[in-house]
Ligand binder design. Sequence first.
Ligand SMILES: C[S@@+](CC[C@H](N)C(=O)[O-])C[C@H]1O[C@@H](n2cnc3c(N)ncnc32)[C@H](O)[C@@H]1O
Length: 235
Amino acid sequence: MTDQDLKPLFAAAAANLVYNAPLSEDRVADLVRRLAPEGSGRRALDLGCGGGELLLRLCRAHGIAGDGVEHDAAIAERARVRASELGLDQVTFHAADATTWTQPADLVVNVGGSHIWGGTAQALAALHPLTRPGGRLLFGEGFYRTEPTGEVREVFGDMPDLAGLARATVAAGFRPLHVAASTLAEWDDFESDWRAGIEQVGTPQARAFADRRREEYLGGYRDVLGFGWLILTPA
Ligand SMILES: C[S@@+](CC[C@H](N)C(=O)[O-])C[C@H]1O[C@@H](n2cnc3c(N)ncnc32)[C@H](O)[C@@H]1O
């Protein structure tokens, strides 16, 4: 299948997800609680926000305003519709390239979006000046739980383990305040929900792609690929 064939299938997978990351409702509640901003007039920013649900939850829970930046115009529009459903007109979604954003915020979110800047170190370097002193960055990022096979490494590239990921945040000038990782149950649900979007397409090509992804996961990166949740503050 060419990249052109795959594009609508990836879009169908993303459209079926509330969060495009291995993230349970329990973890959302926990992260929202941990990210309670101190003081008033605080502002949140989610770069690569996808459908915007996490940003909306944060802004609703803490009564703050926010900006979500999402490159894909259709996904940004979906986020606007969701904001309007929730009556959260203090949250603005921008269909834009996150690398062009320059306005710092108190609460910055980047989940599954380090590739926007070209990788973990580059993302942390870009996100540091965007996180106000005393503020928080929620950084959701992949890592290897166990040594990957050559095949898995070929797909996901070089990544550290969780300790290495935390060290990378320190090297970038942050203090890690909370470090956690998605559970296997969160991963299993995420992968199934991701494939469900492809199943809905229903063509033989879509089924073949879903079969391939299921095999790659269950027979390859399940319990090998990790996803870290790090709450960081500028040092
Ligand atoms: C893995 S998804 C994660 C989405 C969201 N953070 C979540 O957890 O549901 C990465 C998102 O980054 C968006 N993206 C990719 N490049 C971008 C860019 N240069 N600027 C803004 N968003 C971008 C993609 O369209 C996609 O929605």
